[in-house]
Design a protein around this ligand. Structure first.
Ligand code: UD1
Ligand code: CA
Length: 482
């Protein structure tokens, strides 16, 4: 390879994205769990260029910080007050002084292009020897995009922006994707000649195409076969469309890897999630962030997992979980809420209407019904009765509850932390456990039950309750008497 085939990538990320009507810059809005510009940076990096330059201006610090986090090696360049994609590229070129290779220009708001599309574009460009090769797409609805105007022999003459187009030009359905490979030197030369005399008063990068053509330096265009992947995000409608397109791609990827997805349309998988073969995802399931799901696990329906770890053959049903670990063979839900640092051990169970936070539930242990478990350590083979509440907060600080192995608690217990329940201990129904329970003890805190015979007939005479009680007592006495 000669030095002339060295590759630099410029990512345009200085715009505001007015049509988003948002507090945050458009390119920081996310699809598939990653900012738009993050997808572009990933694709750029996959091409292994010698340099990546990102142009910033709107919300400069926020964008620069996010970009540096997502792609540590990139060069950040500031655009000045002159607006337009042409000005942005001009700014980027100041960081590429002396560079004579190929310059790939990508837009921070075109997130779904795949690397093979760009590799092919670069190959076309290099074999054609033209000053620019641009990526175009044929679409049904070209509104909002620059139109590609060709001459009689189908060569690209120029690109006209929607706002500058005549009715005839606007009817053209071949659009400029906003992705180009330029030879660095003619790009640099022609950019200097681009003005701002257009409907938007901007320095358009697209004007370079006509200038290169006039200078007879060669203009080529490559029509992409995957128009959906080439579409930019300008408003929230396109944001959701891009999200859906990306998700469909992600779902198909995991299906090919051996994951069963019953309903791709309602199953959302972030690009950062990792799934093993024989995972089953039921409808309306969201697998988000750094979630990892092991083989044989079944998740859903109606479940959201954010940054969770799910073990082999675990089952999670109608559950909301964030930063939780569900170990192999465990079952969670329906209607469970796992919060940060919840761990359900091997073959453990968290059942219906149970909330768990910053707690560890040991191997084979069960919290089956209607419970709140917070700041708690539960040993192995424990069974907590329905309605277990760990009262972890005394208005000032949080305290821990420690429950040993093989503990069985009665229904409707309150564990007032800090408190420790020894191995093998049992607690009675309705107990409020304020003191530690030694290993093997039975803890009772409820006074013995007292029945006051005839109370209703005496104190509520003439009521329905008194009538049926009197009848029941009469029948009982008759049976006892006979
Ligand atoms: C641009 C193209 C249009 C193409 C479309 C494809 C121009 C003049 N038009 O239009 O032909 O069909 O993309 O999506 O290039 N940006 C900067 N600095 C600026 C302005 C924009 O860095 O001063 C960045 C934006 O952050 C964005 C990208 O350039 O990432 C495109 O800008 P945008 O304003 O969305 O251009 P479009 O009107 O979509
Ligand atoms: Ca755009």
């Amino acid at each position: 390879m000669t030095s002339s085939t060295e590759l630099a990538v410029i990512v345009l990320a200085a715009g505001q994205g007015t049509r988003m009507r948002s507090r945050i810059p458009k390119i920081l809005h996310a699809v598939g769990g990653r900012p738009l510009v993050g997808h572009v940076l990933d694709t750029a990096a996959s091409l292994d260029p010698s340099r990546i330059v990102v142009v910033v201006r709107h919300e400069r610090d926020l964008v620069a910080e996010t970009v540096t986090e997502l792609a540590p090696g990139v060069v950040i360049v500031d655009q000045d007050e002159i607006p337009g994609t042409g000005r942005a590229v001009e700014a980027a070129l100041t960081a590429l002084e002396g560079f004579v290779g190929d310059v790939l220009v990508l837009s921070g708001d075109v997130p779904l292009l795949e690397s093979h599309t760009l590799t092919e574009l670069i190959e076309t460009h290099r074999s054609g020897g033209t000053a620019v090769t641009l990526l175009t797409a044929r679409v049904d609805d070209p509104r909002g995009y620059g139109r590609v105007i060709r001459d009689d022999v189908d060569g690209v003459r120029r690109i006209v922006e929607q706002k500058d187009a005549t009715a005839e030009e606007a009817a053209v359905t071949e659009i400029n994707v906003g992705v180009y490979v330029f030879q660095a030197t003619p790009l640099r030369d022609q950019l200097g000649r681009v003005g701002t005399a257009n409907a938007q008063g901007e320095k358009y990068l697209t004007d370079v195409v006509a200038l290169l053509r006039e200078a007879e330096l060669g203009v080529a265009a490559s029509v992409t076969g995957d128009a959906a992947a080439a579409l930019g995000v300008n408003d929230r409608i396109q944001l959701s469309e891009a999200g859906r397109t990306l998700n469909a791609r992600t779902v198909r990827y995991w299906q090919r890897e051996g994951v069963t997805v019953i309903d791709p349309a309602t199953t959302w998988i972030d690009v950062t999630a990792v799934l093993a073969p024989d995972v089953t995802l039921l409808p309306n399931t969201h697998v988000r962030g750094a979630t990892v799901i092991a083989a044989g696990a079944t998740v859903g329906p109606d479940t959201s997992l954010v940054d969770c770890e799910v073990g082999e053959d675990a089952t999670i049903t109608r559950t909301d979980a964030t930063l939780a670990v569900v170990e192999a063979g465990a079952t969670v839900g329906p209607f469970a809420y796992l919060r940060a640092n919840a761990r359900v051990g091997v073959n453990g169970k968290v059942g219906t209407f149970v909330e768990v936070k910053n707690s560890s539930i040991g191997e084979g242990s069960k919290v089956p019904h209607l419970s709140y478990i917070g700041d708690t350590e539960i040993g192995r083979h424990v069974n907590l009765g329905a309605g277990a509440i760990t009262a972890n907060y005394d208005d000032i600080t949080k305290h821990r509850t420690v429950i040993g192995d093989e503990v069985h608690s009665g229904s409707h217990n309150v564990f007032v932390a800090p408190v420790t329940i020894g191995d093998g201990a049992k607690t009675g129904a309705g107990a409020v456990i304020r003191k530690d329970v030694p290993a093997g003890a039975l803890a009772l805190s409820v006074a013995p039950q007292r029945n006051i015979e005839g109370w209703v007939e005496k104190n509520r005479p003439g009521t329905g309750a008194a009538d049926v009680a009197a009848r029941a007592r009469g029948e009982q006495e008759a049976r006892d008497g006979s």
